[in-house]
Design a protein around this ligand. Structure first.
Ligand SMILES: Cc1cc2nc3c(=O)[nH]c(=O)nc-3n(C[C@H](O)[C@H](O)[C@H](O)COP(=O)(O)OP(=O)(O)OC[C@H]3O[C@@H](n4cnc5c(N)ncnc54)[C@H](O)[C@@H]3O)c2cc1C
Length: 508
């Protein structure tokens, strides 16, 4: 535990939310120890190396790339994006049709409108609704207070102000607000547009995801930080330790210690006990509730989340190292989506389409003249659990997937099989093993139209000095709420302890 501080805080998990909390708490004089089960920081925000290639396991797009935006300020305070080149995408994805045409999901609404109308002129009205919403959302600026300050600290005045600031956007939101992506796609008469819109995002995700994402990119506030995810996480971990925080790796927490309905510390797997004035849960919520807290203090509503709310499904994640620069492929967030001649069988499921992210825009991920590419499939956690009971069969399933992917890629990129130098397959169980996320989920609760308005509690009734942060208490998950939650929890503890909250960027 770092010295010279007034109060001590234990944080469970060195994902982005735990690291962010560690940084802001240190900036405010708290002693900080983060216990992390893995041997590196980042949690889901990670990358791994194979045969000279880096497979980036997370960031496709980072919100907060535009100077002046509130998330930019958070990433700067955390030392995460200083001196880091940001790649801005012209298009989110390119959906290729079997007849050789393509639908580019341009981030510029004018280009997107032209592209969609070229494919489906009969859908002009609904296309204009989409591009109109993107234009409106592009010009919308998030106010610092709405992001930098915890909702608990926003007075009635600020909340009413926030409501009125949202009013001009209501018209833009209306066609999307109540619909899922799958329902929204059905509004298109053109079968190609309908198919592309059904494929681009999970069908149960809120339809608002598309205009919001494209608008963020068009506004220059969303991009890809060169160096990738682990580099990004390591920068924040370094910021935390530079500030005097302690990060204990290979340290799995197995119990939150409680006395008189107050969290007083944690017990680790090795049996050691560690005491603190506050405990912050920045790890998977399911194991925090049902293992570390043994089911105590949890409300019926919180229990129901795990029975009723859909999660971002876990991934089967295939990384390939290819000796090619793919010079004709521009930066695309989600890559190229195409339909091979036969569907792929991955983990007991059929996939008609393949999403291929070609990361030639980040030279740090591959040797010169080569590129890391990846394809992802939503996986069935139960299927993989069953398969893993037979280790050779599990390994074989992984090998077959890599083989099938390369075979299908050969149809789109003739000659690619002879250039593949590395293949790597991670399954939902891999994500569970390294991050402990419930059922291997890639991002916590899915942002459905219903979940969008859910304010999830970050405390447990009756349990003092314990708070939750991160993707499992922010439906939709992602890096932005992980970053802001760390700031918020530090502000909340400061207020409680009568301290004036302070945040700053690292010197230099
Ligand atoms: C493939 C993929 C792509 C993604 N793309 C994007 C993107 O482009 N943009 C974006 O914003 N977000 C993206 N995300 C989501 C984003 O990575 C997560 O939402 C975010 O990193 C979650 O951070 P967190 O700190 O809340 O949780 P986590 O990252 O899950 O961190 C929790 C940490 O707690 C540790 N832990 C768990 N249990 C214990 C225990 N008992 N004891 C000690 N430590 C424990 C874990 O090891 C982990 O390090 C992506 C995720 C994936 C998987």
């Amino acid at each position: 535990m770092s010295e010279g501080s007034e109060k001590r805080v234990i944080i469970i998990g060195a994902g982005i939310s735990g690291l962010s909390a560690g940084c802001y708490l240190r900036m405010n004089g708290y002693g900080v120890t983060i216990f992390e089960l893995h041997d590196k920081p980042g949690g889901l925000c990670t990358s791994w190396n194979r045969k000279g290639y880096t497979i980036d396991g997370c960031i496709h797009w980072l919100v907060g790339a535009a100077p002046g935006s509130p998330f930019y300020r958070i990433w700067r305070e955390l030392g995460a994006i200083q001196n880091r080149e940001i790649v801005f995408y012209d298009a989110f994805a390119r959906y290729e049709l079997p007849d050789g045409r393509a639908i580019n999901f341009y981030v510029d609404p004018d280009r997107l409108e032209e592209e969609f109308k070229r494919i489906g002129p009969e859908d002009a009205e609904v296309i204009e609704e989409l591009t109109g919403a993107i234009r409106k959302l592009t010009s919308w600026k998030q106010r610092d207070d709405d992001i930098l300050t915890p909702p608990e600290h926003r007075g009635l005045f600020a909340k009413v102000g926030g409501f009125f600031r949202m009013l001009p956007l209501m018209g833009a939101f209306k066609p999307f607000y109540k619909l899922s992506q799958g329902e929204y796609a059905q509004r298109y008469k053109n079968p190609h547009l309908r198919a592309a819109l059904s494929e681009i995002f999970p069908p149960r995700l809120t339809a608002l995801g598309l205009p919001l994402t494209l608008a963020g990119m068009h506004a220059g506030n969303t991009g890809y930080p060169v160096g990738g995810s682990l580099d990004f996480a390591r920068a924040i971990a370094e910021r935390c330790t530079d500030l005097g925080g302690e990060i204990a790796y290979n340290s799995r927490v197995v119990e939150v210690l409680i006395e008189n309905d107050t969290a007083i510390g944690v017990r680790l797997e090795d049996g050691s006990e560690h005491r603190a004035d506050y405990v912050i849960g920045a790890a998977d919520a399911h194991s925090t509730f049902f293992e570390l807290l043994d089911g105590r203090y949890i409300t019926e509503a919180q229990k129901r989340y795990f029975e009723e709310l859909p999660i971002f499904e876990p991934l089967v994640f295939v990384g390939l190292g290819v000796r090619d620069t793919f010079a004709d492929i521009p930066p695309l967030t989600d890559g190229i989506i195409f339909t091979p001649s036969r569907p792929l069988r991955v983990g007991g499921r059929n996939f008609e389409q393949l999403h291929v992210a070609i990361e030639n825009f980040d030279p740090t991920l591959a040797p010169e003249g080569a590129t890391t590419i990846k394809t992802m499939f939503y996986g069935d956690y139960g299927w993989w659990l069953e398969k893993a009971k037979d280790k050779p069969a599990y390994r074989q399933a992984k090998e077959e997937i890599a083989l099938e992917v390369v075979q299908r890629l050969e149809e789109r990129f003739p000659g690619i099989s002879s250039k593949v130098e590395m293949t790597d397959v991670a399954t939902p169980l891999t994500f569970k093993r390294y991050t402990n996320n419930w059922r291997g989920s890639m991002e916590g609760w899915l942002m459905t139209p219903e979940a969008m308005n859910m304010g999830m509690p970050k405390t447990l009734p009756g349990l003092k000095n314990f708070r939750l942060i991160g993707q499992w208490v922010n439906p939709g998950g992602g890096l932005p709420p992980a970053g802001s939650d760390g700031r918020h929890v530090a502000m909340i503890l400061c207020k409680r302890d009568g301290k004036r909250f302070h945040a700053e960027e690292p010197a230099g």
